[in-house]
Design a protein around this ligand. Structure first.
Ligand code: AMP
Ligand code: ZN
Length: 446
């Protein structure tokens, strides 16, 4: 029987049972990086969270399509490309490639699509044009704005009242802007940055339009199951995405809104603009993808987590110990030609139940810890009857958590040599067993 899954929905501000909108299919979109330099470690927290969610939902039998975008049109990209004397395209391609190297080190599942904003200009223009025709958007002096006052639900996601938002706003320079809360859909410009000649004028789209259009288009749906990103995106980015979707399609764009807590350094949000970034590629080179995953898994995805070298080092040690046990057990299975075991129902169910509780990964990890402990005991006592099932279950759980598992290769020669080693010891022929030991060790079998 399927586990009843509960997820925290930021829009409703509570846990809700998760039921896909369309049968067995689940659509997930999470906001990806603006690709103008190497991303910091915090940028991978949403990535790892939604990769875990995808893996878990697939384990539960759902067909999951997970999508994340690249923001490759943005003022920061223009500034950086001008500084480096490159085109925006070359600059963003370079950093996309670097990002994808990190994705593979983290063992992130291939996404259904990885859309780039630059490939959706025509669709964004049509979308903005529709909003203008319906009276949700208007032209200011140069730019095109979204009329926030047309959306009674504005502020629902970020739990803010429109009056309070007004109080915090400065007066705008554009005299034709009707309301300080109105945001730019299309920036009309003749500057040196990347721009497009379109029916709504020469310029480029606003960030909030990029994501809503890509999310709609990739899934060909007015409403998707889950939309997510870091906490910082709740307002204004996601609030503004919802406002546009309300106007265009009368939906809040996603049935569930999920927001991931910040990675902090010294108690402060890790951020490119604050200059306290620790680059993901450096951390990955030093500790490996498995350690980074475990580091993030130490805290619930909605809670903040502090970066420290000690935490990373500890995570690395723990995950390596777990994987070493798994590897030793796999080797013993192969050397003794033991059959494949079946999944142990009790720990497996407990593990899924933990994840079904808004991805309670700490509880899921305690199931893994217990299995590792038991496997170690079996290995020590060499009573292998329960080993096949333990290995199968442990491998399955580690896989759902997205760890990259060690491969174990045991050839017929290895097996013969190992048998000979055991027999030599049995008959106390230590000269022969001493000869064989280094050969077996070299193959990683002892
Ligand atoms: P950006 O390139 O700044 O738009 O960020 C890409 C993704 O990383 C977004 O989902 C952000 O919310 C997320 N993000 C940025 N900084 C952090 C952080 N310190 N901790 C967790 N997520 C973050
Ligand atoms: Zn976005």
């Amino acid at each position: 029987m399927r586990t009843q899954i509960k997820l925290y929905d930021s829009y409703e501000g509570q846990m809700r049972p998760f039921v896909p909108l369309r049968g067995n299919d689940v659509s997930i979109y999470y906001c990806g990086p603006t690709v103008y330099n190497y991303v910091h470690l915090g940028n991978f927290r949403p990535t790892i969270t939604f990769d875990l969610l995808t893996r878990f939902l697939r384990e539960e039998g759902y067909e999951v399509r997970c999508v994340s975008n690249y923001t490759d049109i943005d003022d920061k990209i223009i500034r950086e490309s001008q500084k480096e004397g490159k085109s925006e395209k070359d600059l963003s391609q370079f950093y996309i490639a670097a990002y994808e190297d990190s994705l593979s080190l983290l063992n992130v599942l291939p996404l259904f699509r990885h859309p780039k904003a630059s490939e959706y200009i025509d669709k964004m223009v049509d979308f903005i044009d529709d909003l203008m025709k319906e009276g949700y958007a208007y032209r200011g002096e140069d730019d095109i704005y979204f009329a926030v006052s047309r959306i009674p639900e504005y502020g629902n996601l970020s739990k803010q009242k429109v009056e309070d938002l007004h109080a915090g706003k400065r007066i705008d320079v554009d005299p034709l802007k009707k309301d300080p809360l109105d945001f730019v859909l299309w920036k009309r410009t003749d500057d040196d940055g990347i721009k497009f000649d379109t029916k709504i004028g020469r310029g480029r789209p606003g960030w909030h339009t990029e994501c809503v259009v890509m999310a709609h288009d990739v899934f060909q749906a007015d409403m998707i199951d889950i939309h997510g990103g870091g906490f910082d995106l709740k307002f204004p980015h996601h609030e503004n995405e919802i406002a546009q979707s309300m106007a265009h399609d009368h939906t809040r764009l996603a049935n569930f809104w999920m927001h991931v807590g910040f990675l902090l350094t010294g108690g402060v949000k890790m951020s490119k603009s604050l200059g306290n970034s620790i680059l993901a590629k450096d951390v990955l080179a030093r500790y490996g993808g498995n350690a980074v995953r475990l580091f993030f898994y130490q805290s619930h995805y909605r809670a903040p987590v502090n970066y420290t070298e000690e935490n990373l080092l500890q995570s690395q040690k723990t995950v390596e110990r777990h994987l070493a046990t798994y590897r030793r057990a796999k080797i013993q299975l192969a050397l003794h030609a033991l059959p494949e075991g079946s999944i142990l129902e009790e720990p497996y169910e407990r593990f899924l139940l933990a994840l079904s509780d808004d991805l309670n990964v700490a509880n899921a990890l305690s199931v893994v810890d217990a299995l590792v402990k038991e496997t170690n005991q079996v290995l020590t006592h060499k009573d292998f009857a329960s080993l096949p099932s333990l290995v199968r279950t442990l491998g399955r759980l580690l896989g759902v958590l997205g760890f990259l598992l060690p491969t174990v290769e045991v050839t017929p020669e290895d097996r013969a040599r190992y048998q000979e080693y055991l027999e030599a010891r049995e008959r106390k022929d230590y000269a022969r067993s001493d000869e064989l030991r280094p050969l077996l060790m070299e193959r990683g079998l002892l």
